[in-house]
Design a protein around this ligand. Structure first.
Ligand code: SF4
Ligand code: SF4
Length: 353
């Protein structure tokens, strides 16, 4: 994979449009019957329609701006993306956070730290006392500019659970996927997080890493990879962390673009369908999550947000959030969902089965 410098949107690529992505996912090998659609597949085990259960996780995407332009990014994030959550929408989110029964709050982006109101929002949201308050940090943002250098202390002050992308323990594989210099900055950021107590054995300051494959293949066994990451990062850099989540790349946005450009799209879809695990369906993350976009709209997950597939519910926006109405809704699915049910399954918290 080569490293891009602009988002698909900035490049004016057709694939920046969600309807183009959905067309690709619905036509070809799925239309001509070579492969079963996701709906047909889950119907085999009477799991269609996929239904939302009790809400446990609120995932808020505070904007698509990012200091990186990773090749696999399902958000199509980058420095050129201007979609940023306003303080007004954040205030609406805070109302929901205070009143929800959800136990986990998960802030994502882009690089969420680049939203000018990020710190204000974290300070306010932390007051709600939600059990698990996650910030997804790409690590390099901590070293991107002096104004971010104190993020480890800031995260500690608000008892934030840091979940960080780290595609590999070697410089070559990491930089190939995420850009030159990303590995060295990520290592420095991890050391700084360790220095304030994050990721240390027995520490309540949670630091987890996220691995996703650097090409058109599925992740290996999560626990085996965690052991390899722990050994290598400790031996080479003295770094500690708690858990590793292995995430499957879903065939949308820049990863879909890569699959098509490298002529791997059909093979990758075959691998996802062949690895389909009906046991993973019951626990896919949309069953207990609501994803909120930068402009306040509600989605079943961050992937559906990027495909602009809104929730199938009368409660469609944070301003009219209704947990009761959302519970039991039919989840909106397409062929990208195979990415969540391959092998041991995949979610923002790693395997699900
Ligand atoms: S994968 Fe994460 S760090 Fe990379 S461009 Fe996308 S949002 Fe930014
Ligand atoms: S892509 Fe989203 S909607 Fe589809 S199975 Fe995964 S979490 Fe659910």
């Amino acid at each position: 994979m080569a490293t891009a410098t602009k988002s698909l949107k900035k490049q004016g690529s057709d694939l920046a449009q969600s309807n183009k992505q959905l067309e690709i996912l619905s036509n070809g090998i799925f239309k001509n019957g070579e492969l079963p659609t996701f709906k047909a597949k889950i119907s085999e085990t009477n799991q269609f329609p996929l239904k939302a259960k009790k809400l446990e996780i609120l995932q808020i995407n505070v904007g698509y701006m990012c200091n990186q332009v990773c090749d696999h990014c399902h958000v199509d994030a980058g420095p050129d993306r201007k979609e940023i959550m306003t303080r007004e929408t954040m205030k609406q989110c805070l109302e929901v956070i205070k009143n929800t029964g959800a136990h986990t709050l998960d802030l994502t982006g882009g690089a969420p730290e680049m939203n000018p109101d990020f710190r204000w929002f974290v300070e306010e949201a932390a007051k709600a006392g939600i059990k698990d308050f996650i910030v997804r940090s790409n690590l390099t943002i901590i070293r991107a500019n002096k104004k971010y250098y104190d993020l480890p202390e800031f995260f500690k002050k608000h008892n934030v659970h840091v979940v960080s992308s780290m595609p590999h323990w070697t410089r070559g594989k990491t930089d190939k996927q995420r850009g030159d210099g990303v590995f060295d900055k990520s290592i420095k950021a991890l050391q700084e997080l360790n220095a304030v107590g994050y990721g240390m054995p027995g520490s309540d300051l949670r630091l987890d890493l996220v691995y996703n494959p650097s090409g058109a293949f599925l992740p290996g066994d999560q626990s085996a990879m965690e052991k390899d990451f722990k050994k290598a990062l400790m031996e080479d850099f003295g770094i500690e962390f708690h858990n590793l989540f292995a995430i499957t790349n879903l065939p949308i946005a820049r990863f879909l673009d890569f699959l098509i450009a490298s002529e791997n799209y059909e093979d990758y879809m075959y691998s996802l369908v062949e690895a389909y695990n009906p046991a993973a369906v019951a626990n896919v993350m949309c069953t207990n999550t609501i994803s909120i976009s930068w402009d306040g709209y509600l989605f079943d997950c961050d992937f559906n947000q990027m495909l602009e597939l809104p929730v199938n519910s009368k409660s469609k926006h944070i301003s009219e959030f209704n947990e009761e109405l959302l519970e039991g809704r039919n989840i909106v699915i397409s062929q990208h969902c195979y990415g969540c049910t391959a092998g041991a399954g995949s979610s923002c918290q790693g395997v699900v089965a």
